[in-house]
Design a protein around this ligand. Structure first.
Ligand SMILES: *Cc1c(COP(=O)(O)O)cnc(C)c1O
Length: 456
């Protein structure tokens, strides 16, 4: 008879079916399927851990955002924020829905071109644009969002040497009442840097100032902050109209809308406190439409670069339990086969985690660790879950944003990523890395080659 697994007895109160601080049960039902595909089957075929994306959810979320804005405002253009998730399959879904591309590096820029986005539909943001990068963007007729004055000077030289013109926007940062201020990107509105930048760009015969851009932060819990930002961009546009008789064609309000995730330390569930897409849309569009700038002539096109809010909910991470243990203070610890290497966002979020199989009604507060040999590898510091055992499967919800771009290759390799299409078909969209993937980039100096023999 095989030995049963043994755990030293430990007296501890379990929670059986009791309410939590919200009055609801903890984890209501096991999540055994995603878009009709059994979790167990996905993990058998693609391994554990593995990322899953739902095409249905991506399209639905995107359409809801477009509806929220375009029912309130006549000229809206989305630009997919590549850094949020630049897997090509994901980007192509957004482009297929009509989204342009918003990129912050030449790497992302080239990905967008390769995904079929015309250069004129790429918004090029970010502080790091080299001479070559800017030349490429100019040649493709992209919209260059200028971050600092050195970029104005560099771009001016490039345009002169190429004999070309560029359509540019200025990135503006400002006080919107949300702190800390993100004042490291672009030109500050309140201290006059923004206006200085306007005068510099207006003096450039080869630059056409067509837009004003801001990206005030990320996971913004206040829709009102966007009203403030919209107002300040409109004020600036109006001033440009008055001083230069130039009409700004577009206002880009950036991204930063919150997803349904719950921030660490938040008393209420994220989905209960975050503004809806309609709240953000109302704050932005009503401000612009009522501003003298919009009423003084053709209303500006509204560009949006939402990332997190459009993809987070569509992503899942499937993983399994490696081991259980008791910590020095008696708390239960559950060790998972995924950690902060794959779930970078667990530094900020309390991700919802569901068991993927039937479980008992006994819950225990526990800490969830990842598999990395480093102390900060904590997925959840304190979560109430049913008692899990080695091999049990779990589903982590709302992981579509940033995890697949900020994942780190430490000790472990990055796993498979699959997409479930709207017919329930599963597609591998990024193969898991192997030892060969990594070794391919390494070179061994001749004297360290195996079999070279050591000199006596
Ligand atoms: C990251 C980023 C976005 C997307 O931000 P979210 O918070 O994911 O919506 C948009 N615009 C710029 C310039 C960015 O850097």
């Amino acid at each position: 008879m095989p030995l049963k697994t043994y755990e030293r007895p430990y007296l501890r109160k379990l929670n059986a079916g009791l309410g939590n601080k919200f009055g609801t049960r903890n984890s209501q039902v096991p999540v055994t399927e995603i878009d009709g595909v059994p979790v167990a089957k996905l993990m058998e075929e693609y391994g554990s851990p593995c990322f899953v994306l739902s095409e249905q959810t991506i399209r639905q979320t995107y359409r809801n955002a477009v509806r929220a804005f375009s029912t309130r405002y006549p000229k809206v253009q989305m630009a997919w924020s590549y850094k949020t998730n630049y897997l090509n399959a994901v980007c192509r879904i957004f482009h297929d829905e009509g989204s342009w591309a918003e990129v912050v590096s030449i790497f992302e820029y080239r990905k967008a071109l390769a995904n079929g986005v015309p250069g004129t539909q790429i918004l090029f943001n970010g502080p790091d644009k080299s001479e070559d990068d800017l030349r490429t963007a100019v040649q493709h007729g992209s919209l260059i969002h200028i971050d600092h004055l050195d970029e104005v000077y560099l771009l001016s030289e490039i345009l002169a040497s190429e004999g070309l013109k560029a359509r540019v926007a200025l990135r503006i940062n400002m006080d919107t009442g949300v702190y800390p201020l993100w004042d490291r990107f672009g030109f500050n509105y309140e201290n006059g840097s923004a206006w200085t930048a306007v005068t510099k760009v207006m003096a450039q015969p080869r630059m056409e100032l067509v837009g004003l851009h801001c990206h005030i932060g990320t996971y913004m819990l206040s829709a009102q902050a966007y009203a403030v930002a919209s107002h300040k961009l409109c004020d600036l546009a109006d001033e440009i109209r008055k001083q230069y008789q130039r009409r700004i064609e577009y206002l880009d309000l950036g991204g930063g809308f919150a997803s349904g995730n719950t921030l660490k330390g938040s008393y209420l569930q994220g989905s209960d406190v975050i503004p809806t897409m309609d709240d953000y849309a109302e704050a932005i569009t009503s401000t612009i439409l009522q501003h003298p700038f919009a009423m003084s002539g053709e209303i500006p096109t509204l560009y949006l670069e939402s990332g997190r809010a459009l993809i987070d909910d569509a992503g899942y991470l499937l993983g399994s339990v490696l081991a259980l243990k008791r910590l020095g203070d008696g708390r239960r610890a559950t060790i998972m086969d995924f950690g902060v290497n794959l779930l970078f966002t667990s530094f900020w979020y309390e991700h919802r985690i569901s068991p993927a199989q039937e479980y008992s009604s006994h819950h225990e507060d526990m800490v969830l660790y990842g598999p990395l040999c480093m102390n900060i590898d904590v997925v959840r510091e304190n979560v109430s879950l049913p008692l899990l055992k080695r091999g049990d499967r779990v589903v982590v919800h709302r992981v579509g944003a940033y995890n697949m771009t900020q994942w780190m290759q430490f000790i472990q390799m990055r796993p498979n990523v699959v997409l479930i299409d709207r017919q329930g078909q599963v597609h591998l969209i990024r193969r898991r890395e192997t030892v060969d993937t990594l070794n391919e980039m390494e070179l061994t100096p001749l004297h360290l080659e195996l079999g070279q023999g050591k000199p006596a």
